[in-house]
Design a protein around this ligand. Structure first.
Ligand SMILES: [Zn+2]
Length: 273
């Protein structure tokens, strides 16, 4: 088994079947599906609940414009630890808002997942999360929201898919002019991937494939804007990959788009484990 996707049922609900169908249809090796990462870690007794809750509370980033990340030596407030503890086994109910430091979260999860029997390959864990993730960008010296963090384990932020890629410029102009969020979402419906969007499971499948490609080849990205390994930074790029029209895009068994080279690569992986 090449890879394991954790948390699909909890975070995508009934849409998890679309994620599985997309992966299967694309023709790359089907991962094992396991419960949400913290459930698995607690069941395997890799860590206890209090330690996990404190670990997460320490990784919150208080402001995206801050030039320094969270200071792990500073004890979090008890209310923050209690908040994390409450949602460790019920991620579907966890509200999002404050982002977590993606690189530090990945580093914190690495030894815990190793202890629970996961390895880089052959059992690369791809962890779906209900949290926003941000990583520091040295070029402009600030934090940026991310859809995913590649490596071991690979992290995919479900709300990050909605919030990290840039929306049409008019969206931000209207937002600045004071238009209310609900009105904005109505005006731009279909022009960005939203929560509950039928395209969301396929975006997750594409990001999961990036994680697997990175683990197997050291390179996650493709220059072809029609390939799921393209490093999309805009919603319109995601939409050109996964379909402009929600109504026509509800089919169950649709693979994700791959360029000819990556399509061949995926099929080769299937026959040579
Ligand atoms: Zn490609």
């Amino acid at each position: 088994m090449d890879w394991v996707v954790l948390g699909a049922e909890e975070l995508l609900g009934g849409e998890a079947r679309k994620l599985k169908a997309s992966i299967e249809e694309t023709g790359f090796p089907l991962p094992a599906f396991k419960p949400y990462v913290y459930r698995v870690l607690l069941e395997q007794k890799s860590v206890n609940k209090e330690t996990l809750a404190a670990m997460l509370a320490k990784l919150r980033i208080k402001g995206l414009t801050s030039k320094v990340g969270p200071n792990e030596s500073v004890e979090p407030f008890p209310a923050e630890v209690a908040f994390e503890g409450r949602f460790l086994t019920s991620p579907g109910k966890k509200p999002y808002g404050i982002p977590y430091e993606g690189t530090l979260l990945q580093a914190s999860l690495r030894p815990l997942l190793k202890k629970a029997g996961f390895s880089r390959l052959p059992s690369l864990p791809v962890v779906l999360l209900p949290d926003l993730l941000a990583t520091f960008e040295p070029s402009d010296r600030r934090y940026h929201l991310r859809m995913n963090v590649l490596g071991f384990p690979a992290l995919i932020s479900i709300p990050g898919i909605v919030l990290a890629p840039a929306k049409p410029r008019e969206y931000y102009l209207l937002k600045q002019s004071g238009m209310d969020p609900a009105g904005l979402n109505r005006a731009f419906k279909g022009l960005f991937i939203d929560h509950g969007d039928p395209r969301l499971p396929r975006v997750v499948a594409g990001l999961a494939f990036q994680a697997l490609a990175y683990a197997r080849t050291g390179n996650a990205f493709c220059d072809d804007a029609g390939c799921s390994l393209y490093n999309a930074h805009w919603h319109h790029e995601l939409i050109s990959l996964y379909g402009p029209d929600e109504a026509k895009n509800t089919g169950l068994s649709r693979g994700i788009p791959l360029c000819p080279a990556h399509s061949r690569m995926a099929k080769d992986w299937k026959v040579t484990p």
